[in-house]
Design a protein around this ligand. Sequence first.
Ligand SMILES: [Fe+2]
Length: 144
Amino acid sequence: MSYHEPTAELEPQDRDLHRALLSLKEEVEAIDWYHQRWVTATDPALKAILAHNRDEEIEHACMTLEWLRRISPTWRSVIATYLYAQGDITAVEDSAEKSGGAENGRGRSATNDEAADEPGLGGLAIGQLGASATGDAARAANET
Ligand SMILES: [Fe+2]
């Protein structure tokens, strides 16, 4: 995953977001690789090391996810909706959508106004990420 837009047009916040998403992707790939190696390894000591390494990568992925939660109202809202949800996961989505659409139904922590202010991350529109990430950073600074 590399830049898809001219880097000169990306704000520092956009670049940090890119770094975080790339890191998250790498951590998730590493989890999969270590898990496969753990499954197929035969030496018990090696298996223990591979399991340890896999679990470390899970920790790294979650740290990055937490960073995304802190800087983005949309990530925060979606995380609040889905993580630790009870029951059928797709039912959670159905419930969120029925309560006024995905943006309205997602969040306990993000308001509808925040979602509306975040067109790039909220609506997945290409080319609006810069304003969104910048707005996220400003909001995050105001919250601390
Ligand atoms: Fe890692």
